[in-house]
Write a protein that binds this ligand. Sequence first.
Ligand code: ATP
Ligand code: MG
Length: 413
Amino acid sequence: MKRFSNTVINEADTNGMNLYLIRLGEISLKGLNRAFFEKKLKNNIKLKLHPHHSFLLREKGRFYLYVSSDCPEEKVIRTLKTTFGVVGFSKALVCEKDWDEVVSTVKKIITYPPFTGDSAKNSQNRTFKVEARRSDKTFPKNSYQIEAEIGGVVLDNILELKVDVHAPDLILNIEVREHVYVYTSPISGPGGLPVGCAGRGLVLLSGGIDSPVAAFRMAKRGLKQDCLYFHAYPYTSDMALQKVKDLAAVLGPYLGGTTLHVVNFTEAELWIKDNSKEEEHTLMMRACMMRVANMIAKKNDCKVLVTGEALGQVASQTLESLCFTNSMSDIPVLRPLIGMDKEEIIATARQIGTYEVSILPYDDCCVIFSPKHPLVRPEVASETASFEKMQIDEILERCAENAESIPISYNAV
Ligand code: ATP
Ligand code: MG
């Protein structure tokens, strides 16, 4: 039998299962509603590991994840690296309280990441230490002896490693409890809150660098999101659409799966071009996007919009322009990048893997119809009047109605 704070599980249930320890961050600070966040996280992990069988148990602010051994190691690592709520995770092996077994378990665990893998190849100067905890004092070796002897085992088996007890690159943990748990230093997860615990929004996803980062940041706060892309075929190419599909696929695991709604905006763009002043084209287009986004959001039960706008980045993102586009939305518009500069946004884009896709050179519909001298400090009242004067509502409704919805998997690409 293994005991967890509120569950007792049969040894037989865990036979043929691999074990991972998951560290939880902000979730463990939650009060009475902690169970709600934990349940979301458990479901999100189990869903991504499906069809492989898995279950999670909680103890001392950690999750113990058991995964059927037919699930490839890389799939578990990919899953945990892209699931919000996971701060870090370690591969763990469990053995009986027998010294020879402990030693052979240690020899096994150091064949797993992060002891192996890419980082181990450049491991000439990598350091480690062993940290032992012995809550069962009847175990014949004390913590210090365990650390010293297991340290020797590791050094004998990975010749490039050196010991550093103050600032090691890797830590090998040994916990002697009802069994002996041997686990590696944690691989980082993305932190944040489990996707879905903060409701649902609609992110306006262009092919640019900013909006995928905006989606990532809101997902990190637990917001489930659908994605919306406006394209202007044939003015924008199929390649531009493919690029957005590829971005959505990179975001898929972080978002726990999503739906990409694709709106053909050509009719609206041409109407704007013929029925508004040139310097107003971008603003009118932004206003139309807000209107259509509101329609799609309503239809898909999304309570907020998310955009990748940052204050002052371009003419349509001055304070005055943002006030105008805001006024065109009935639901709140969240702009998680509002106070970030481009370098910071790019750093996140690189880290989450969207940057390489975003910089592919296919034009966005905004760029193709953008005026040479756009209005920079528009007045809400006069722009609202210009928008009304265009009488574009029917076209926008048609755009929303004809949107194509593409399911995007939560499995990493
Ligand atoms: P990005 O790098 O995200 O494209 P940007 O700096 O190019 O941003 P804009 O083109 O003004 O800025 O777009 C601002 C925001 O409007 C984008 O971050 C995105 O949320 C939304 N947006 C722009 N174009 C589109 C589009 N074609 N489809 C969906 N959303 C769009
Ligand atoms: Mg853009």
